[in-house]
Design a protein around this ligand. Structure first.
Ligand code: GTP
Ligand code: MG
Length: 308
């Protein structure tokens, strides 16, 4: 591990401490002192895992696997259950580990969506900073025209990271902003990070607007958006799963960013998201600062969660 990796790992571990306390500790207490694997242990485990937002699908599979192995004497003691849990989590998360691959020298449009307050604009700022460090040409696009503050907020990130931004007045049709951006000189070989609204007058308005933006993108630049990145707030637990299902059904989501994993007790939701959605998790967010966004790495995540 280099210094960056190490400091991120420590921060992630720290950020996940409430999740760890909420469920790994309960789990250890349920297992501790038990010499044999009994039906009671399974019942306790089931309750703990469901309570930690890991979801019924994952929990059911895991308990079945545990029972099967216990019957075949493959689990020598209750401690082996802990290892099995870790392995199962890793297996699920690994399937969702698939970083964005951005081609060089051609336009690449990333449309960032999500309900209000999940961290879309902040995630764009952090992604811009990452891409900038890797010398990827960039263009920020302020397609959240619903609030003036949203345009300003993205403008601040553009200044901070020192990248160009395409914006228009509040209330402009966001599709028109996107049209301009695609035809801007800067966009020719750039990654375009498109910020969208999280709230309109109604949810169906929002979905219709996002669909229209997508249509305009594809018409002006066939194949765009190349990535529809849904930003989910981990602190909202099961709501995040519902949001993901809805966005995916309505507009099609190709990647996820899970934010605010710092300090939440609901970090276990990542398992449910991975198990029930099977959409690549591109990034995780563990704070408000520029460096607090990281490519999702399943092993790092599970190690940070289990390490005391
Ligand atoms: N602790 C923590 N806070 C975060 C993280 N990501 C974003 N935030 C904070 O969450 C709040 C909302 O973030 P925004 O980026 O404005 O969210 P948004 O989705 O663009 O919101 P709308 O534009 O209103 O839809 C801000 O205070 C951010 O600093 C994170 O990973 N950890
Ligand atoms: Mg925003």
């Amino acid at each position: 591990m280099n210094d960056d990796d190490k400091s991120f790992f420590l921060k992630l571990r720290q950020g996940l401490s409430k999740t760890r306390k909420g469920f790994i500790r309960n789990l250890d207490e349920a297992i501790l002192g038990e010499k044999v694997i009994s039906e009671d242990i399974f019942e306790n485990l089931e309750e703990i895992l469901i309570g930690a937002d890991l979801g019924p699908a994952f929990t059911g599979d895991l308990i079945d696997d545990m029972k099967y192995r216990a019957k075949r004497d493959e689990l020598e003691n209750p401690d082996a259950l802990r290892r099995l849990l870790k392995d199962n989590m890793l297996e699920i998360l690994k399937k969702c580990e698939s970083p964005l691959r951005i081609p060089k020298g051609e336009p690449y449009v990333i449309m960032v969506v999500g309900v209000n307050g999940t961290g879309k604009t902040t995630t764009i700022g952090k992604m811009a900073s990452r891409f900038r460090r890797n010398e990827i040409p960039l263009l920020l696009v302020a397609a959240d025209t619903f609030r003036a503050a949203a345009i300003e907020q993205l403008g601040i990130w553009a200044e901070r990271v020192d990248v160009p931004i395409i914006k228009q007045k509040m209330g402009t049709d966001p599709s028109a902003v996107v049209f301009d951006a695609i035809h801007a000189v800067e966009s020719r070989k750039a990654v375009m990070l498109v910020d969208t609204a999280g709230r309109l007058h109604t949810q169906s308005n929002l979905m219709e607007e996002l669909k229209k933006i997508k249509r305009v993108m594809d018409r002006e630049l066939p194949g765009a958006p190349h990535e529809t990145l849904l930003v989910l707030d981990a602190t909202t637990g099961q709501n995040a799963v519902l949001q993901a299902k809805m966005f995916h059904q309505e507009i099609g989501v190709t990647g996820l960013a899970l934010t605010k994993l710092d300090g939440t007790a609901k970090g276990g939701i990542i398992i449910r998201i991975a198990r029930e959605l099977e959409i690549p998790i591109r990034y995780i967010g563990i704070g408000e600062a520029l460096d607090d966004l990281r490519r999702f790495k399943s092993e790092e995540f599970v190690d940070a969660l289990f390490e005391q």
